[in-house]
Ligand binder design. Structure first.
Ligand SMILES: [Zn+2]
Length: 139
């Protein structure tokens, strides 16, 4: 699944998605004919916008919404970009919710780590599950 490319003609737009509390990308490339849009969970700082493409400023005057990043969770999911930077985590308690989150985001983040009690429980790299072993069947 293609979520980005290096073509010069690529069209990329960003806005801050308040409910997910992270930057959200819309990408379209005529050269390699793909369209993709989705959240970038490695970019969670609203005052630190992405450095590529067109960036729409967050509306600071907007009503505060309940962000998924404010939910407590036993498991913390960290997403990394291609430079090894990561955003603030999303908390989950249910394994099925973690799996769903990983499925949604595994191709658009270089790495996803799920941590609880200082242990890495799930590791996804380049869209593939590294462990737990039971999840590698979904690769
Ligand atoms: Zn392209």
């Amino acid at each position: 699944m293609k979520t980005n490319c290096e073509c010069l003609e690529k069209n990329e737009e960003w806005h801050f998605e308040e409910q997910l509390e992270c930057w959200y990308a819309i990408r379209e490339c005529a050269s390699c004919t793909y369209y993709w849009e989705g959240p970038d969970h490695s970019k969670t700082n609203r005052s630190s916008p992405p450095l590529t493409g067109i960036v729409y400023k967050p509306n600071d005057a907007a009503d505060k919404v309940d962000s998924i990043r404010n939910r407590p969770g036993q498991f913390l999911v960290y997403c990394y970009d291609e430079h090894g930077r990561y955003g603030s985590p999303v908390g989950f308690n249910e394994v099925k919710d973690i799996f769903q989150f990983c499925e949604l985001n595994k191709f658009s983040h270089k790495k996803i780590k799920v941590i609880s009690d200082d242990q890495i429980n799930v590791l996804v790299q380049y869209g593939s599950y590294v462990f737990p072993k039971e999840w590698t069947q979904y690769n």
